[in-house]
Design a protein around this ligand. Structure first.
Ligand SMILES: Nc1nc2c([nH]c(=O)n2[C@H]2C[C@H](O)[C@@H](COP(=O)(O)OP(=O)(O)OP(=O)(O)O)O2)c(=O)[nH]1
Ligand SMILES: [Mg+2]
Length: 307
């Protein structure tokens, strides 16, 4: 059966707050909070439906929309595909045209509202940035200055992939790195292959650690994972990983000679799961648009943020 196609907008204002509105009690999934949007009509593209719905429901005129995530969800009574866009450019002041209450909240506050079951990956995608920097310990002496470079470029999500560094040095690095990231409101994750217990914002699982888990570790803050194929993506979704990187999308210096997926296969794989997915492998700044058009959350890179 084909899903009911729905266009949904994560509308962000210049302060970074997101608009949510309360679904009327008598609607499907009524009484829950939602991101504004509605059914795509037969004659419309998803973008056209998004623009029409935001105008009809909130009197907002969309001037630019970027694909954020696509979610397929089977409710007991309905199969939906939510085609979600990030709307950061719009004109007009939001007002309730259909009698629904609405409010602007920070992305971090979204998790305190009751949304339909399909919405969890949308909430995560709304909280995540477009860039994910991976800090490698290939050049140990440069670790702190590389971190500084990444932070100076405004990157807000970073993984310390310090696989070869002795744990005393990892601990020393984190003592300096963690407060620096906090100061810049950047999230710092630790690769699961690092054996050192330090305070971090979450864990990034290697693909083999991901496959060995039967459930999401308890008390995990952010949980990310590295994936290379559909089986790993499905495992990440099953255990409730927040987001993943899918690699290698293009040829990369880090893994010379490794077969790359290419954008077409990236898009096919991303479409099969409800997860924010960063493209990794051979990324440059100009790859961001391609990733987003292919259903990705954005790009992850080791070198691209250091050049
Ligand atoms: N707009 C919106 N719909 C969502 C969200 N999450 C979610 O599961 N849905 C589901 C609920 C509905 O089954 C479907 C959207 O249909 P809708 O009833 O809002 O459609 P519409 O605005 O065109 O409403 P109508 O004119 O047909 O009454 O998608 C969300 O965040 N926003
Ligand atoms: Mg609607």
């Amino acid at each position: 059966m084909n899903p009911l196609q729905v266009a949904v907008g994560v509308v962000k204002n210049p302060e970074g707050k997101v608009l949510i509105s309360l679904r009327h009690a008598d609607l499907h999934q009524g009484g829950l909070w939602e991101f504004p949007g509605g059914k795509i009509e037969a004659s419309e593209t998803a973008e056209q439906a998004l623009a029409r719905e935001l105008k009809e429901e909130l009197n907002i005129t969309v001037t630019a929309a970027t694909p954020l995530i696509t979610v397929k969800h089977q409710y007991p009574d309905r199969f939906v595909q939510l085609n979600v866009f990030l709307v950061e450019q719009f004109s007009g002041e939001a007002k309730s045209l259909e009698g629904q209450s609405f409010k602007w909240v920070t992305p971090a506050e979204l998790q305190h509202y009751a949304f339909p079951a399909a919405n969890q990956p949308i909430i995560t995608a709304a909280r995540l940035p477009h860039h994910y920097a991976i800090l490698d310990d290939a050049d140990e002496a440069m670790l702190l200055s590389n971190l500084q470079k990444i932070l100076n470029r405004g990157v807000k999500l970073i993984q310390a992939r310090l696989k070869t560094l002795p744990s005393v040095d990892v601990a020393k690095f984190f003592e300096q790195a963690y407060p620096l990231c906090k100061q810049q409101q950047a999230v710092l994750l630790m690769n699961s292959a690092v054996e050192c217990s330090v305070e971090v914002d979450g864990i990034h699982l290697t693909s083999s650690h991901l496959m060995a888990l039967t459930k999401r570790p308890e008390n995990s803050k952010w949980l990310a994972a590295s994936c290379h194929n559909l089986e790993q993506l499905q495992q990440a979704q099953k255990i409730g990983v927040d987001f993943v990187v899918l690699a290698p999308v293009l040829a990369t210096q880090t893994h010379p000679g490794a077969a790359s997926l290419g954008w077409e296969q990236f898009a096919d794989l991303v479409a099969k799961v409800n997860l924010p997915v960063y493209a990794l492998g051979g990324m440059t700044e100009s790859s961001l648009t391609t990733s987003q058009q292919s259903g990705g959350q954005g790009i992850a890179a080791i070198r691209a943020f250091l050049d």
